[in-house]
Write a protein that binds this ligand. Structure first.
Ligand code: AVJ
Length: 362
């Protein structure tokens, strides 16, 4: 994807600590991408299209569901350990948060007062601009540079914009890394690595392998919110691509693919049918599925290995008592790592630290 235009604006008034940059991408259109996925076999749709305004609203509701353990578990881990985590990297941090949205989790880190700069990144400007102003108002010691960009393709352009600070910390929360197939996850970690200097950190939340029942409950919740979230894809295509999906003729399916350690969301056609999408008519067999999202579940050892292959060494990992979710702190390795990293914090063994996660016991 090419970055065709850049705008930087310093927002006026007393909020001179806030900058806002927008990279506009010459993206392939949604119609092209969706049709390409519907022509392939098996059919698939890029999961990023789940997150329009309505999808983001539904996702926020998912995060509050009793059946969906990841959000509250990660939040509990961060609340309990934020200070320890940030002190392992350094006293004067620039925190870069890809996919920050409303910056909710970034705030948990800023409350420790270990950061002098905050760089939230999000593809959508909807929440970002307001959230950046709010962060600047609430954290007077922090300068905020919000960047609207597709961080999957635009990170190279970010480096020159980063505010000065002693250390950088990329904070990639919410097990978003789990949405990527392993080669893409590894390449994203590689791009994170390229944005950092030796001794800088990566703090990343990822979901852990666990029993199938707990996993399927989390992705096929009893209140049907995840089903609505998945089906909203079709409603979105009806709204934006002039498609004519009948939502009552598709159903949400969540399956744990144990061989690949991933939850898969699908939309299953309940009957043979044809659907118009843009200029094309797409045929579905009865019970044919479209794959709409994967959510990979890792082991600590597996995640460490992937991170190591991208040049990251783990300093520590925190988990809830049920080992449902992990937050790992990695450092970009290299000769001149920071003194604080060389004096005793390296390579700690896996520890399950006590936090009130509310997660179900496996
Ligand atoms: C946003 C990728 C973290 O995989 O758990 C939640 C998305 N999909 N329920 C996840 C999601 C269905 C979520 N992530």
């Amino acid at each position: 994807m090419d970055i065709s235009r850049t705008q930087t604006a310093q927002l006026v008034g007393h909020r001179s600590r806030v900058n806002f940059t927008r990279f506009e991408a010459g993206a392939r259109t949604m119609e092209e991408e969706v049709l390409a996925g519907l022509r392939s076999s098996p059919k698939r749709i890029p999961s990023k299209y789940l997150y329009d305004a309505e999808g983001s609203r539904l996702f926020d509701r998912i995060c509050d569901l009793p059946d969906y353990y990841p959000t509250r578990t990660e939040t509990a881990i961060l609340k309990e350990h934020a200070r320890t985590i940030l002190d392992l990297i350094g006293p004067d941090l620039c925190i870069i948060e890809p996919g920050a949205g409303a910056c909710g989790k970034g705030r948990l880190l800023l409350e420790t007062r270990r950061a002098s700069a905050f760089v939230p990144l999000d593809i959508s400007t909807d929440f970002l601009q307001g959230a950046a102003l709010d962060v600047a108002d609430n954290f007077p010691h922090v300068s905020v540079h919000a960047v609207a960009m597709d961080f999957l393709t635009g990170l190279d352009s970010l480096k020159p914009l980063l505010p000065p600070a002693a250390k950088r910390l990329i904070f990639y929360a919410g097990s978003s890394i789990g949405n990527f197939d392993p080669p893409d996850a590894a390449s994203l970690l590689g791009r994170f690595h390229a944005l950092l200097d030796e001794g800088d950190g990566l703090l990343i939340g990822y979901d852990l392998q666990k029993d199938r029942d707990a996993l399927t409950r989390a992705y096929d919740d009893s209140e049907g919110v995840t089903a609505s979230f998945n089906l909203n894809l079709l409603a979105r295509f009806n709204r934006e691509l002039g498609a004519d999906f009948d939502l009552s003729r598709f159903r949400h399916v969540a399956v744990y693919n144990e061989a690949k350690s991933r939850i898969e969301m699908h939309l299953e056609s309940i009957a043979a049918q044809r659907v118009r999408v843009g200029k094309e008519s797409v045929a579905f067999d009865a019970f044919e599925r479209m794959h709409t999202e994967s959510s990979y579940k890792y082991t600590v050892e597996g995640f460490d290995a992937m991170a190591a292959a991208s040049g990251f060494r783990r300093l520590e990992v925190w988990m809830d008592p049920a080992s449902y979710f992990a937050v790992g702190l990695y450092v970009k390795d290299g000769a001149g790592g920071s003194p604080s990293l060389l004096t005793g914090h390296g390579m700690k063994s896996v520890k399950a630290l006590t936090v009130a996660s509310g997660g179900r016991q496996a």
